[in-house]
Design a protein around this ligand. Sequence first.
Ligand code: MD3
Ligand code: FE
Length: 208
Amino acid sequence: MIGTSDGFSLHSGWFDRGAQHALAQEILERVARSPLYQPTMPRTGKPLSVKMTNLGPLGWMTDKQGGYRYQSRHPVTDEPWPDIPETLIALWDAVSGWPDPPQACLVNWYGPDARMGLHVDADEDAKSAPVVSVSLGDAARFRLGGPTRKGPTRSMRLNSGDVVVLGGESRRFHHGVDRIYAGSSTLLPPDWRPGRINLTLRRVRQSF
Ligand code: MD3
Ligand code: FE
């Protein structure tokens, strides 16, 4: 485990191959019911390169009209999001240090050319709860900056099975995904390759 004083920690290989496989199956079964959609930027309507869906009582959303927000239903199917698998609730309990369970699990899917530009996660009212992230499938180059947009950044490779915890000050740090190492993993089924799934567990509301 690599941890820093700002509340960031990387648990390399938290999930072994068998656990990754079981978790991927649980995620893909839910994604089949709650399909990935292409989010779009507020105002411009420009599509993000990452496709998304959510699990849990609340899901993160963006579209041209409504901007960034959390909502309880899938934007295309209008169904409630599927439940968060128990494995992920147990992970949250093990690593987050937060007493209440996660309310949202954002599922990001990266094709070989997808990126996520440097940004801050600021759409949650629960400002001090940590974010817990799980990587599955192809590896990614992840970039973690600081509280301001300029200033030094650290880059690290996130491999399948890695868990990242963003607590403390790091919760408000800039971060992004520079590239996907297409073909670096054989975890996901053939129709999901090359590609990477990232799961982020979050508290959204201050109270239930
Ligand atoms: C650092 N996802 O969904 S996960 C996001 O790999 C997001 O899909 C990236 O950034 C991905 O918002 C990175 C690791 C992560 C998640 C939340 C953070 C890093 C973070 C919040 C604050 C600082
Ligand atoms: Fe983020």
